[in-house]
Structure formats: C-alpha cells, structure tokens
Design a protein around this ligand. Structure first.
Ligand code: ACO
Length: 340
C-alpha cells in the first residue's frame, strides 16, 4: 500500500503538506545493564553486545503503564511545538503494550491526561511498525483536511510482556515513548509513505494467549501470554524489509540513496541494519543507531531516535529522511520526510 499522492510522473514530492513540527521522547529513569541481566538469565554482556549492539535498556517501574510514558513524551513534543493540548484534533497511539487488554484504548487515557479535550483518540497496533503507520495515518488526516493537528505517539512497556526467563527474547527489549506533532504546512513534510504486511509470518513474533484466539483462563500457561519469537525468521524478514522499503520510497520519488541525509530504521538489532547495508550497498553512516542505550523499544524506537537526532542537531530543514519500521505482523513500511 502506498499512501503518498503521486503525480503523473510518479513523484509525490510536491503534493504532501503534513509536516512534523516537533518531536519529543521520554524513557523511564531505571537503566538495566547487560551485566545486571546476566544475573537473572544465562547470558553475558559479551553475547548480547556482539549479537545485537545493545548495552542497556530502560525499564519502567511496576506502577508505570504505556500511557504514563506516552503522556511525558507527548508533553515534550507539544511544548517544543508551543501547541496547547486543547488544539490537538486527534491522538494516535501506536503500542503493543496498552494499559488495558483491548479496551479502553490507551490513546483515550493519554488524551484525558494531556487535557486534549477536543481530540479524538485511537490506538494503532502495528507492533514495531506502529509509528511509521501512525505518521502515514496522521499525514492522510491532515492532507484530507479531516484534522489540522495530530499527535502521533509510540509508547511501549515491553518489560510487562517479556518472559524474563527466556534469554532468546528478554535481552532484546526496553521501555520508552516518543511523540511527533503533525500539522498542515507548506513546503517539506511527510512526502510519501508505504505500508505492507506479510501476515503469513504472524506466528513468528506473537503473544499466543490473551486474545480472542486463546483467551486467558485459570489453566492458561502464563508463558503463553508472553512474547514468543522465532529470531532467525524475523531477522531474515527484517533485513529484506529495510531494503524493500528504502528501495520503494526511492523509486516512487525519483531519488537515490545518495539523496537521503538519514535513514532512521527501527532499532531492533544493529546486525539487521548492517546486513541490510551490506546487501544493498548502502552507506551505513546514513543509518542512525541508538539501540546501544535503549534496546528495542518497538513502536517508540523511531520517535525516540528522531528526538535524539533533533536534540543533537543532526536534523536540519531540507534534510531528506527515510524512516523504516518492521516487526510483528509481520508488518513493515516507511515514510519519506523532508525535515522542516
Ligand atoms: N545469551 C547467550 N546465548 C544466547 C542468548 C543470550 N541472550 N540468546 C540466544 N543464545 C544462544 C542460543 O541458545 C544459541 O545457542 P545454541 O547454538 O547452543 O542453540 C546461540 O546463542 C545462537 O542463537 P541464534 O538464535 O542462532 O543467535 P543469532 O545470532 O541468530 O541471534 C537474535 C539471535 C539476536 C535474536 C537474532 O536472531 C535477531 O536479532 N533476530 C531478530 C530479532 C528481532 O529483531 N526481533 C524484534 C522484531 S521487532 C517487533 O515487532 C517486536
């Protein structure tokens, strides 16, 4: 699926008008190092770092839910944009770790806590691709005139759905949130988006129990409510998803990799990014990486990266940035953004 509006020549470059006017991020203060993890499962700092590029992750306190992280990140983005929460038309919250199982939407909790009294609110479940799907959705709402100001938030508390006894998965994830304010503007902005799904791979990364397929009951094995992953299958999918997404966005917009200033891929594993660069011949220095400090924060990883890049002065007006999300679903996709 392609959501950009193409011209006769196939380019969407002159049409889109939804802009990211501010970004913000929040991670819980508690840092858990690899060495600390090695005290609870059979692993080591050497194994985790050499296989993933991860050194540490932030972990939320027991009484902190996804909405709490989301509200902090959203407030930072709104403050940065100098926008009153009452002026937000729509809150889109990308999360696979909602405050409640299914209802109410965590977005509604965030809308209330922010004081975004005029805003509609909905959750968006596309796992680690959630923020990319959120930007595409926000862009469509703004471009169509349905909304003037959309808050897109990725917020995750994976520490609550990880099996802390499974070294294959528990070393990979962290908690955090990132947010972007999307508004109508002229020049630059979210130029194009592509969204895809390979649902045949759904079982390779899922929580088997707790939904309508396998409801929880007193006899449910608790491990079946936790995240399970076929790491090798997801790895192969992820490397190809990065390449396919970048290539499709470049082709649709008459660009080459040399035209891009930054690629911000979902931070799942540095080896996934490095393998995609090797296979496609991309310069790896164009790919931003901060997984070392945060691990995989799923839907939050791209907005956390954008916020860090903004703070460090790496994003300048006119920069062409491609985001790439990939993960459970198996959903993937990306956005082409001219930074404003
Ligand atoms: N510490 C020590 N040893 C470990 C650990 C660990 N934490 N985890 C696995 N191992 C062992 C395995 O048991 C195995 O041992 P064995 O050979 O005796 O059986 C050995 O290390 C090699 O295991 P592999 O699975 O082959 O390791 P691999 O090099 O493939 O790395 C990894 C595993 C990091 C999970 C990799 O496959 C990967 O990154 N996959 C993609 C994961 C991913 O990105 N998931 C998130 C997607 S986003 C979303 O939507 C949530």
């Amino acid at each position: 699926m392609a959501t950009g509006r193409e011209t006769a020549s196939g380019s969407a470059l002159q049409r889109a008008s939804a802009q990211i006017v501010a970004v913000g991020a929040y991670v819980p203060p508690r840092v858990m190092t690899n060495d600390e993890l090695a005290q609870i499962v059979d692993t080591s700092d050497e194994w985790i770092y050499s296989h993933t590029g991860i050194k540490a992750r932030h972990v939320a306190a027991d009484d902190v839910a996804a909405s709490d992280l989301a509200v902090e990140a959203a407030r930072r983005a709104l403050d940065e944009a100098r926008i009153n929460p009452a002026d937000v038309d729509l809150v889109l919250l990308a999360t696979s770790t909602p405050d409640y199982p299914g209802l109410p939407a965590t977005a509604s909790i965030v809308q209330d806590h922010l004081g975004a009294e005029r805003a509609g609110a909905m959750d968006l479940v596309a796992a680690c691709s959630g923020f990319v799907y959120g930007l595409a959705t926000a862009s469509a709402f703004v471009d169509s005139g349905q909304a003037a100001t959309v808050l897109v938030v990725g917020a995750e508390v994976y520490s609550t759905i990880i099996n802390w006894a499974d070294r294959n998965t528990c070393v990979l994830f962290g908690d955090g949130a990132g947010a972007a304010v999307v508004r109508r503007g002229t020049g630059g902005g979210i130029r194009d988006s592509v969204l895809h799904s390979v649902g045949s791979g759904a079982a390779s990364l899922c929580r088997p129990a707790g939904g309508s397929r396998e409801p929880c009951n007193v006899a449910t094995d608790p491990d079946r409510t936790k995240l399970q992953m076929d790491g090798r299958q997801v790895y192969g999918f992820a490397v190809q998803a990065i390449i396919d997404t970048v290539e499709e966005l470049l082709r649709r917009n008459g660009l080459s990799i040399a035209d891009l200033d930054h690629v911000v891929a979902h931070q799942a594993n540095v080896r996934i990014i490095d393998a995609a660069c090797r296979r496609a011949g991309y310069p790896v220095e164009k790919f931003f990486k901060n997984i070392r400090e945060y691990a995989n924060t799923s839907a939050a990883s791209i907005p956390i990266a954008l916020s860090e890049m903004q703070t460090r002065g790496l994003l300048r007006p006119g920069h062409l940035v491609v985001t790439v999300g990939f993960g459970s679903g198996l959903a993937y996709g990306g956005n082409l953004i001219e930074w404003t």
